[in-house]
Design a protein around this ligand. Structure first.
Ligand SMILES: Nc1nc2c(ncn2[C@@H]2O[C@H](COP(=O)(O)OP(=O)(O)OP(=O)(O)O)[C@@H](O)[C@H]2O)c(=O)[nH]1
Length: 347
């Protein structure tokens, strides 16, 4: 081939059910996962068993081939039409090309025609239990040749191990996702999307310990909606729920990532403000009070507006007491806010 002649890539044939195959591949959700030692060990072993310099675990995606693990040649991904493994997922369980330069499909592919001038390719498909080939465990050599029956048998065994590892990773990921979902469910109040009482109290303990350790201030803001009983009585319980949900959203949108907003009880909410002195907490509470007052809740054609009273309590590391007394102080301040006319902040 002259230097000017363009490198020809694989005639891009796809398996007939490539869409389903790709759907199966994406279900495993492991394409961009770091490979890890266990995959590397398998390619290392495959290269040794077959007595060749190169071995790869590949996953054949829509337009590219992801190399999960390599031995001998550092490649992370290749365009699908430049990779021999695109042939290997066409349906055969095992694919062997004894001389890549003598095969019309592969002779002018970059890794055959250019460095490292590969000649032998042998692969076993990584197949799902429902028969989709996601990719391969493959070995390659710069000399033409074939694997022995024994080598092919061992390569099959290693491919099964690679597939088992992929399945294990996918299950681990799914388990992590379920655990995360469960944790969300266990710590979140469904109506407001805020932390539930248990989660709030758990975090409060942690924040109190942190305040002691790092000698930083900690403030708690207790919020109680004013005359909320009237909202329920006048508009109905569902409308009351809608108002609570709106206010939950407002709180979530107005706190910093290190703050925590929780539903302490029915229409009583609480915000923990780590590293925040009383003046800061007061400023924050004032601005939130104004936002709640200005918020219009729409229940069908009806508009509802509510106000809220705020009680603030703060610790600093000098007068640290315990989590319960912080909440008691905030509750007492909230009581004063109610006594002094509602829709106000007290500390
Ligand atoms: N819709 C709805 N209402 C709730 C929920 N939780 C508590 N409430 C209501 O909130 C109201 C609280 O009433 P009260 O404790 O008398 O206080 P208030 O009417 O808000 O009056 P003040 O707090 O004194 O301003 C009750 O009617 C509760 O039923 C809830 O999840 N959804």
């Amino acid at each position: 081939m002259s230097a000017a002649e363009p490198i020809q890539t694989l005639p891009f044939r796809r398996p007939q059910d490539d869409q389903h195959r790709l759907a199966a591949l994406h279900r495993y959700d492991v394409l961009k996962e770091p490979a890890g030692e266990d995959f590397r060990f398998l390619t290392e072993l495959a290269a040794r068993i077959c007595g060749v310099p190169y071995a790869f675990i590949t996953l054949v995606d829509a337009e590219q081939v992801w190399v999960k693990s390599y031995t001998g040649l550092a490649i992370d991904q290749l365009p699908r039409d430049q990779c021999y493994c695109s042939l290997a997922v066409l349906g055969e369980n095992a694919t062997e090309i004894p001389d890549l330069s003598a095969d019309a499909r592969t002779a002018r592919m970059p890794l055959t025609a250019g460095e490292p001038h590969l000649r032998m390719y042998s692969s076993v498909a990584l197949s799902t239990s429902d028969g989709y080939a996601l990719g391969t465990l493959c070995v390659m050599d710069v000399k033409p040749g074939r694997l022995s029956a024994e080598q092919r048998g061992l390569l099959q065994g290693l491919a099964r191990q690679a597939m088992a590892l992929i399945e294990l990773r996918a299950k681990e990921k799914a388990l992590q996702a379920s655990l995360h979902e469960l944790e969300q469910l266990a710590t979140t109040d469904e109506l407001t999307g805020l932390h539930n009482r248990r989660s709030l109290l758990h975090r409060l303990k942690f924040e109190v310990a942190r305040t002691r350790r790092f000698r930083t201030p900690l403030s708690a803001v207790m919020i109680d909606l004013d005359h909320f009983k009237r909202v329920n009585d006048e508009y109905g319980h569902a409308a009351g729920d809608l108002v609570l949900a709106d206010i939950g959203r407002l709180l979530r949108e107005n706190i910093r990532v290190i703050d925590l907003a929780g539903r302490y009880g029915g229409e009583e909410l609480c915000i923990l403000l780590p590293n925040t002195p009383p003046e800061g907490a007061r400023k924050f509470a004032e601005s939130l009070r104004a936002k709640i007052e200005a918020q219009v809740h729409h229940d069908g054609a009806r508009s509802i507006q509510v106000t809220a009273s705020f009680g603030i309590a703060s610790f600093n590391h000098m007068d640290i007491d315990d989590a319960d007394s912080l909440l008691r102080q905030a509750d007492a301040a909230l009581y004063r806010a109610k006594q002094n006319g509602r829709n106000r902040v007290e500390n």
